[in-house]
Every structure is written in structure tokens, then in C-alpha cells.
Design a protein around this ligand. Structure first.
Ligand code: PEP
Ligand code: MG
Length: 590
């Protein structure tokens, strides 16, 4: 019997599962070149036609599955891919070139696609440039079929799989099928990377940042993922399997004790109401939001619409999603954040040296006002439901909010002129997630109706720690006193200007942070739906004067570790009933 091995990583999405390894690799394929005799030209063309047909069948079946499991809106990018696959011009050029050049079809097809992609890459519009990704997606699928190679597509993962990969791009992560994927383990990433966020959204146990994972694991092995402790176990012994079966039982019991908190009011023991809302990435998650008792959607990360579809959805497509979401959540509010593209949510071949400090979020929007306007029109039209709010991501200057408000006003005027219905009193807010915005929040507050603090990015930018880099993940700590002071500053600035202030980063779902955030006076907390019952349980055990005292004392510490130790001691002494929740969380080693 092979020896058991424990591979340690970062716990990012809780739960324990046992399943079969599915290695998801995006390996580069070498396309070879061989001359062919004239008598084989016909055969070569037939091979090509067969590969196109096979690829179409595959794309159709993926489309069918996405349609059923995620929704028709997400499957639409496949229609565009099928159209490209059957593009007459490409097909005829390939056939002609096989005849003229007398070379194998893989080589010819690859060459024709390269020319085509080069032309698209130089196109003026962003939309066309982004189609290069699609072209290569389909092209490599055809070439793999020609070469008889298997695909490693994330949508085709078999049942009961544990996905093992070096990395999963946000667009691939968005296509993960939660009914087939039991767990995820990857070599890179940290707590707040987008793979971690997606895993939590889909409630899939995940461990990130396991160095050298791909060299230690084989396809088809059975492994355990412990998402609470951040471990992958290879060749588990019988004793270990038994231990985890027992742990799983306990976990289910614990979940049962939390279930009443899906429905109880979000009130502190002394009666202060704090809104607890849901962060969602995919439209269908509103079902989770409702199931766990969210009081609204506090953050809809719309860029996932863009990423799953691999391109900008039309105004009509976006409107349908926003409008349906608003209707399903009514009368509760829905905060729709405009695209936060860039950073690690990259969709094209566009690269930059420091993506997190580069062309991201509102910067992309302001440079592409047409793209932004399409989205604003769709959100505004959905606002006719009277429960929609708009939020802009990654504001770092006062000018940005002025410019974006100006564009919004223009779009409103256009809609009014056309007699299109929308809510002209809808609230407009910003994410406060850069240190500059946090520091000048008293000025920014004059321009908006609310703030939502993005503690993930605020921590990343304040501490100069890449949120997705496993090598420095021990430095990423939202309890760092610098982060806490900025948060306090934002809440105070918001309240001085009489606007409400929420928090929608991962800090909102950390039970240990509750006394501090409540003591600071936070008005709303938004988190992945599954965290809601636990946070509500903690909230209901606290009182405002106690929280104010705790938060004031917490601000005096020098390090994140001191803050956390103090919070643990205090909870142990004053709130023993919630200690189990605070302990339960898979935390970083201290
Ligand atoms: C944040 O930065 O805290 C946030 C909520 O936004 P995102 O995680 O989508 O960057
Ligand atoms: Mg952010």
C-alpha cells in the first residue's frame, strides 16, 4: 500500500470531500509540419471535415450542459464559437492551401488561424480584439481532434472529480460544474484570489497554493480535500478515511445548529439592525442568497457575465440578467457593480507588468465609455424595479467619481429623452478599496449615496501584498492595524456625510472581525451566502457598547496578531456562546 502524504496549502473554501483526481492542464500543443503526396490531398481534406464536425458536436453538447446547469445566458458564447468554427472563409482557405502547399492539415489550419488571429488582434474595436481568445479556443480543439488528443476542458469534468491544476483562470472557473466537481486544489492563489471566491460561491471545498502539486499527483487517484485545514491527502489510510468521515458528520451537525440563523433577524442583542447581504458572481446564486436568508444582494460581480461569455454581452442580454435578478430579489435591494475587469480577471492576450496596479475596473470603463454606457443603460433599465443600486469599483481619485457620475447622468438623460423607464432616484455608490479612496473618503462621500468597503483590495493595496500570490499569503491579513484604521476612517467619513457604509470583502464573513466592524458602526455586511448564518449568529450575541469598547481597544495594537489574540481572548471571556464559530474557521497559522 502506498504511503499516505499530506500536502499543505491555504484553506480557502471549507468542507471535506473524497474524490477522483482530474488534472486540468492547459498544455501547449506542438503543431508539426509534414509534406503530403497529391494522392492524399482528398484524404487530408476529409480528415479536416471530420474534425470540424466532431468539434461542432462537442461544442453543442457543452452548450446543452451549460444551458441546463448554469443558464442559457452563460451558454451563448458557444453559439459565437460554433459560428467561427464553421466560418466559410477559413474552411475554404484551409482546403485551398492544403491543395496548393501539399502539407498536413494541422499545419495549414494552424497557419490560417494565426493569420486570422493576427488581423483580429490589430482590429480597432475591443470586441474584435477579444475574439482572438475564441479563435484559439476553437482552433486548438479542432487541432486536438485532428491529432487524436484528449481535451482537458473544465466543463467536461466527470462526476465526483477533484480538479487539480496549476491555476484556473477566472473564465475557466466560471464554467466549473458544481454537480460534478467535489473539490479543487491548485498550485497558486490565496484567500481572496478569484478562484477562491468562485469556489466559495459554488460551495466547493478548495485548497490553494500547494507548491509542486502537479508533480505529486496522478490522474485518477483518489484523494481527500480538507478545505477547513487547507490540506490535500494522497493515499489516505483507513484510519484517516474514518477520521474524515467522523469530521464530516460533525460538520453536518454544526451546519444544523446554524440553520435557524437563516431566518432570524440580523439584530445585535441590544436591538441594532445591521443588513446582511450576499455577494454573488453568477445570476443563479440568488437562490443561495435566499436560502441562507440574505437581506439583499450587496455585491453582484458582473464581470463574471463578461468572463463566462468571453466578451461583452449586449445591452439586452445584460438587461435580462439584471432585471430578472432584481425581480427575484424584490423588495430586497440589489447592488450591481460595474465590470471589475483587469487585475487577475483578464480576458484577452493583453498583458501588463503590474495588472493589479494597472488597467483595471473603472479605469477600463472610463477608457471605453461605450462599453460602460452599455452596462449603465442595462442597469438603469433594470432599476425600474425600484430595488437596484449602482456601484463603481476601484475608485482611486476624486476626478474618477466626477467623470463616472457625469457619464451616468448623460445615460440617464438619453433614456429620459427616449421615454425609457428607470429609477431616477436610484442610489449610486462606490467601492472603497484603494488606500487613496479610504484616505480622501470625506471628499468622495460628497459625490455618492453609499460606500462599500472592499477589504480584499484595500488589504492588498495597503499592505502591498498581491492577494493571489501564495508565496506571501502569510502577509495578507485584513486585521493589520493599518487596514483597520482605514476602515474606521471610511465609516466615520461616510457617517459625517450622512451616507451608509457597508463592507463586502472577505472580512465581512470573518466572525472574529464582527465586534470591531460593529463597534466602528458598519451599516451593512455583504458576504458569500453560505457565511450568512454564522455571521448572524455572532451578531446576535453582541451588544453595541461592548463592540465599541472592543473596537477602540483593537485600534491600539501594533500587529495583526496582537489584534487577533485580543479578539480571541475577549470572545472567550465575554461571548463563550460564539467561540465555536470563531474557532471553526480554517484560519491561517499564527
Ligand atoms: C474587495 O476587493 O474586497 C471586493 C469585494 O471586490 P473583489 O473581491 O471583487 O475585488
Ligand atoms: Mg475589489
Amino acid at each position: 500500500m502506498a504511503k499516505e502524504r499530506r500536502l499543505k496549502g491555504i484553506a480557502v473554501s471549507k468542507g471535506i470531500v473524497r474524490g477522483t483526481v482530474f488534472i486540468f492542464e492547459t498544455k501547449k500543443i506542438e503543431v508539426f509540419q509534414t509534406p503530403i503526396l497529391s494522392i492524399y490531398i482528398r484524404k487530408e481534406i476529409e480528415r479536416f471535415e471530420k474534425a470540424i464536425k466532431q468539434t461542432k458536436r462537442e461544442l453543442m453538447s457543452i452548450k446543452e450542459r451549460i444551458n441546463q446547469e448554469i443558464g442559457a445566458d452563460f451558454a451563448q458564447f458557444l453559439d459565437a464559437q460554433i459560428l467561427m468554427l464553421e466560418d466559410k472563409e477559413i474552411i475554404n482557405t484551409v482546403k485551398k492551401n492544403i491543395k496548393d502547399e501539399k502539407k498536413n492539415v494541422e499545419y495549414i489550419y494552424h497557419k490560417v488561424l494565426s493569420n486570422y488571429a493576427e488581423k483580429l488582434g490589430a482590429a480597432k474595436t475591443l470586441y474584435l480584439r477579444e475574439r482572438v481568445v475564441d479563435i484559439w479556443d476553437i482552433g486548438m480543439r479542432v487541432i486536438r481532434n485532428l491529432m487524436g488528443l484528449t481535451h482537458s476542458s473544465i466543463v467536461e469534468v466527470p462526476k465526483d472529480s477533484i480538479i487539480i491544476a496549476h491555476d484556473i483562470s477566472p473564465s475557466d472557473a466560471a464554467l466549473i460544474n458544481p454537480s460534478n466537481v467535489l473539490g479543487i486544489a491548485i498550485e497558486v492563489g490565496g484567500q481572496t484570489s478569484h478562484t477562491a471566491i468562485t469556489a466559495r460561491a459554488l460551495e466547493i471545498p478548495a485548497v490553494l497554493g500547494i507548491e509542486g502539486l502537479l508533480n505529486k499527483i496522478e490522474n485518477g487517484e483518489v484523494v481527500i480535500i480538507d478545505g477547513d485545514r487547507g490540506i490535500l491527502i494522497k493515499n489516505p489510510t483507513r484510519g484517516r478515511i474514518h477520521f474524515y468521515e467522523e469530521a464530516k458528520k460533525k460538520e453536518l451537525e454544526f451546519e444544523k445548529t446554524l440553520s435557524p440563523y437563516c431566518e432570524l433577524p440580523s439584530k445585535t442583542q441590544d436591538g441594532r439592525h445591521i443588513d446582511i447581504s450576499a455577494n454573488i458572481e453568477f445570476f443563479a446564486e440568488y437562490i443561495h442568497a435566499r436560502k441562507y436568508g440574505a437581506e439583499g444582494v450587496g455585491l453582484f460581480r458582473t464581470e463574471f457575465l463578461y468572463l463566462t461569455r468571453r466578451g461583452n454581452p449586449t445591452e439586452e442580454e445584460q438587461y435580462r440578467v439584471y432585471d430578472t435578478l432584481a425581480k427575484r430579489m424584490k423588495p430586497q435591494p440589489v447592488i450591481i457593480r460595474t465590470y471589475d475587469l483587469g487585475g487577475d480577471k483578464i480576458v484577452t492576450d493583453y498583458h501588463e507588468a503590474n495588472p493589479f496596479l494597472g488597467w483595471r475596473a473603472i479605469r477600463v470603463g472610463l477608457d471605453n465609455p461605450d462599453l460602460l454606457k452599455i452596462q449603465l443603460r442595462a442597469i438603469l433599465r433594470a432599476s425600474a424595479n425600484k430595488n437596484v443600486k449602482i456601484m463603481f469599483p476601484m475608485i482611486s481619485t476624486y476626478e474618477e467619481i466626477r467623470r463616472v457620475n457625469f457619464i451616468l447622468k448623460k445615460v440617464m438623460e438619453e433614456l429620459k429623452a427616449k421615454g425609457i423607464e428607470f429609477d431616477d432616484t436610484l442610489q449610486v455608490g462606490i467601492m472603497v478599496e484603494t488606500p487613496s479612496a479610504a484616505i480622501i473618503s470625506s471628499h468622495l462621500a460628497q459625490q455618492v449615496d453609499f460606500f462599500s468597503i472592499g477589504s480584499n483590495d484595500l488589504t492588498q493595496y495597503t499592505l502591498a501584498v498581491d492577494r493571489g500570490n501564495e508565496k506571501i499569503s502569510q502577509l495578507f491579513d485584513h486585521f493589520h492595524p493599518a487596514v483597520l484604521r482605514l476602515i474606521k476612517n471610511v465609516i466615520d467619513a461616510g457617517h459625517d456625510a450622512h451616507i451608509w457604509v457597508g463592507l463586502c470583502g472577505e472580512l465581512a464573513s470573518d466572525p472574529l472581525a464582527m465586534p470591531i466592524l460593529i463597534g466602528f458602526g458598519i451599516d451593512e455586511l455583504s458576504m458569500s451566502p453560505i457565511s450568512i448564518p454564522k455571521v448572524r449568529m455572532v451578531l446576535r450575541a453582541l451588544t453595541i457598547p461592548q463592540c465599541v469598547e472592543i473596537s477602540e481597544e483593537a485600534l491600539g495594537f501594533r500587529t495583526a496578531l496582537e489584534v487577533k489574540r485580543f479578539l480571541r481572548r475577549t470572545i472567550h471571556k465575554k461571548f463563550p456562546s460564539i467561540e465555536m464559530v470563531v474557532r471553526k474557521r480554517g484560519e491561517k497559522n499564527e
